[in-house]
Design a protein around this ligand. Structure first.
Ligand code: SAH
Ligand code: MG
Length: 213
């Protein structure tokens, strides 16, 4: 897996000064190095573009790496990203990074526990055509249920880290607290009556789930 990812990153992703500056800003601020991989980021850009998404909801912003990748996929300036982040200081850094990348007008952050922000979005009757789930893994199933409530017909729900560093497929690697969580989440999206799903083993694994109308 590591070799495969290294190969894909090398051949399919180019030097990217904007994303590299995001990574540096995350390190300088003592934040965790858990942004999506360059190849996952590029795939997010392509998925937003291919699906012609106009309203994206991200759960888990960190420093704005995946946020930039998502916004880059918009086919017009009308595209809007709403991003949920627990930590106020992380959301502020993410906003600065999106602003520096030229996307300040296209993003809105909501801070605090994502479950509370999601409840508010439901009350506001908001709809999204693309979701990216990448926050606390314990809540993935809850986030999925909220995404279904907020989904426009045919929306795409993408979730990150579904391979849990390879532990969901390789018993010789020491399991982590996310192993069983991700195994259960993968089964849920694979068998969900409202979803058609596939797992893409790029980076730490992404599930793609299309919402049936
Ligand atoms: N999507 C980002 C990485 C996100 S890391 C990228 O690839 O660039 C996970 C983020 O989820 C962290 O910033 C963490 O603060 C946030 N998070 C954790 N628990 C959360 C919660 N309950 N509500 C909202 N955000 C949460
Ligand atoms: Mg992730």
């Amino acid at each position: 897996m590591k070799k495969t990812n290294h190969y894909i990153n090398t051949v399919f992703t180019a030097q990217d000064p904007i994303l590299e500056s995001v990574i540096s800003s995350i390190e300088e601020n003592g934040m965790p190095s858990i942004s999506v991989s360059p190849s996952s980021g590029k795939l997010l850009t392509m998925l937003v573009s291919i699906s012609d998404a106009k309203n994206v909801l991200e759960i888990g912003a960190l420093g704005g790496y995946s946020g930039i990748c998502l916004v880059r996929g918009f086919n017009s300036k009308e595209g809007k990203l709403t991003s949920l982040e627990l930590e106020e200081s992380y959301a502020q850094l993410a906003y600065r990074n999106l602003e520096n990348a030229g996307f300040g007008e296209q993003v809105a952050y909501r801070t605090g526990a994502a479950l509370e922000s999601l409840e508010k979005l439901v009350e506001e009757n908001r709809k999204f055509d693309f979701f990216f789930i990448d926050a606390d893994k314990e809540n993935y199933e809850n986030y999925l249920n909220y995404c279904l409530k907020l989904a426009a017909p045919g929306a795409l729900i993408v979730a990150d880290n579904v391979l849990a560093a390879g532990t969901v497929v390789d018993e010789t690697i020491q399991a982590t607290r996310n192993t069983e969580i991700m195994k259960a989440f993968n089964k849920t999206v694979a068998n969900h009556p409202q979803l058609e799903s596939m797992l893409i083993p790029v980076g730490d694994g992404l599930t793609l789930s299309k919402v049936n109308n």
